[in-house]
Unconditional design. Structure first.
Lengths: 296, 225
């Protein structure tokens, strides 16, 4: 059974008398019981959604808004929070606290999303907002023009932004990142399937190349730079049309390979497969992490 | 060293080998790291294919487009039926199979098609040299035309709902389409000068796939934006 509570008028209403702003600021503050495995979905057209974690079996929803209707729908295993606007939209600022490990889904338009310490499954889709997430398991994040930053990903993540940058700092599992005009920076990734694609942005990967791993990095006009920590045992395929290739590692081309197009070589025992492509950018294979995000 | 395993890997994966065949395949696998890797790649692809989320876009455009792609390229693409079935394609054919997967979910399938399952390196070559060129399947004209058709469909859908998107979003979308179109144009121009270049063929195909995926994402943007 679904219980819908429309909390627009009955929410705790607080006039921000201490603030210099002339317009009234409403505050919603409500706490719901949440059994293990409850999922949270938030749909906020404009504003911000911040989600934090605690060790209580409760979900606390705090929202600050001026002109909006906030609907909280609670059903077994699922809590849904949604904002609607009658005329022009105005920002709604959510701060939601959930039990550790809660699966969270956020959708928005001009909505910044900040997820901290949830360590659960995450799905975010926003048009123009930035997305920051720290400690997630499976994560799918998509923004059109915002930047996407994920730190401490504990399961496979798929991240994309059309014009924004995509940054991953620390991932224990597979990573897929893509952009059109944004840069992609991946560091300290321990997954064995890693892909990054952008058209005009640059790609930087800094970290270990795992034996047996599969890595694919492709740009059109952007640079592709791999900074390798530790040993490199990989069968490497490089392709470019008018770009350059620079390597700190000694390489010897396979017979028949043509420089300036596509060629293959092997380093160490060749157990990983590393595929590097840039139509017109520079492909760099660097030894060590100097210049990587952690070093800067 | 005997020839590398090909169709036997699919049969092995589906546990359809008889005892004699299994003994032979296991003996080969024991001594061939490349075939072990290829088998693991196959397992991974099938596992990931099973987890792909085939959600249709809000306007339900994708099933028709996907069906059209499949129907127009049946010569190149192995259809993936939802029921369990024997996967009996050769290793090079995986590239074409993964193209179909890419239309559903670009990430993993792209990796498989372009990087993971080419001809394996020769194990008899010296350690530092001699890796065989990665097998590249040149995209057929039908496949490229399917991309063009699907892109045109999605482009039409985008045009129809442009008024429902805010101007800033439309601007970002337009700029991004220009960026992708620019890359496609450069790839086509380069390919016109060097039509048999495997890298350029693959690059053009991937660029078209990227535009397709981008348009698909745009088609699912919130109508409230």
């Amino acid at each position: 059974m679904s219980r819908t509570a429309t909390l627009h008028a009955v929410a705790a209403l607080a006039l921000a008398v201490s603030a210099p702003a002339l317009r009234a600021q409403n505050t919603l503050d409500t706490t719901l019981a949440a059994r293990a495995g409850t999922r949270l979905s938030v749909n906020n057209m404009t504003g911000e959604v911040a989600v934090r974690a605690w060790d209580r079996p409760q979900i606390r929803i705090v929202a600050e808004y001026e002109r909006a209707r906030i609907e909280v729908d609670e059903s077994p295993g699922h809590v849904s929070v949604r904002t609607t606007h009658r005329r022009s939209s105005s920002d709604v600022e959510f701060t939601i606290t959930v039990p550790n490990g809660t699966a969270v889904e956020v959708a928005g338009v001009a909505t910044d999303v900040d997820l901290d310490g949830i360590c659960g499954e995450v799905s975010v889709n926003t048009v123009s907002g930035d997305v920051n997430a720290r400690c997630v398991t499976d994560a799918t994040v998509q923004s059109v023009s915002g930047n996407v930053t994920v730190t401490d990903a504990r399961a496979a993540v798929e991240l994309g932004s059309t014009s924004g940058d995509v940054v991953v700092r620390g991932a224990r599992n597979d990573v897929s990142a893509h952009s059109v005009s944004g840069d992609i920076s991946l560091s300290d990734v321990n997954g064995t399937i890693v892909t990054a694609e952008t058209v005009t942005g640059d790609i930087l990967y800094a970290g270990r190349i795992q034996d047996g791993g599969r890595y694919q990095f492709e740009a059109h006009s952007g640079d592709v730079t791999i900074r390798v920590a530790g040993n490199l045992n990989a069968a490497i395929s490089v392709g470019t049309f008018s770009g350059d290739f620079e390597s700190d590692f000694p390489i010897e081309l396979a017979p028949g390979s043509r420089l300036g197009r596509e060629w293959d070589f092997r380093l160490g025992n060749g157990s990983a497969r590393l595929r590097l492509r840039s139509f017109s950018g520079t492909i760099g294979l660097r030894r060590g992490l100097a210049g990587s995000p952690r070093e800067e | 060293m005997t020839a590398h395993l090909d169709l036997e890997l699919s049969a092995c994966l589906d546990e359809e080998l008889d005892a004699a065949e299994r003994t032979r395949v296991e003996a080969h696998l024991a001594g061939c790291a490349e075939c072990r890797t290829a088998l693991e790649d196959l397992r991974h692809l099938v596992r990931r294919a099973g987890t792909l989320d085939d959600r249709p876009p809000e306007q339900d455009l994708w099933p028709a487009i996907s069906a059209r792609i499949s129907s127009e390229s049946t010569a190149d693409v192995v259809p993936l039926a939802p029921r369990r079935r024997r996967i009996s394609f050769s290793v090079p054919q995986l590239a074409a199979a993964a193209l179909a997967l890419m239309a559903v979910s670009s990430g993993v399938a792209t990796l498989a098609a372009r990087g993971g399952f080419g001809a394996p390196p020769s194990v008899s070559a010296p350690a530092e040299v001699g890796m065989r060129a990665v097998g590249v399947t040149l995209p057929g004209q039908a496949a490229l035309e399917s991309y063009d058709t699907a892109i045109a469909d999605l482009q039409q859908a985008l045009d129809a709902r442009r008024g429902g998107l805010d101007t800033a979003t439309v601007r970002v979308i337009e700029q991004s389409l220009q960026v992708i179109d620019g890359a496609i144009a450069q790839a086509r121009a380069a390919l016109a000068r060097d039509p048999n270049n495997p890298y350029l063929n693959g690059h053009l195909e991937r660029s078209l796939g990227r535009k397709l995926e981008f348009l698909r994402q745009v088609a699912t943007l919130s109508v409230e934006s």
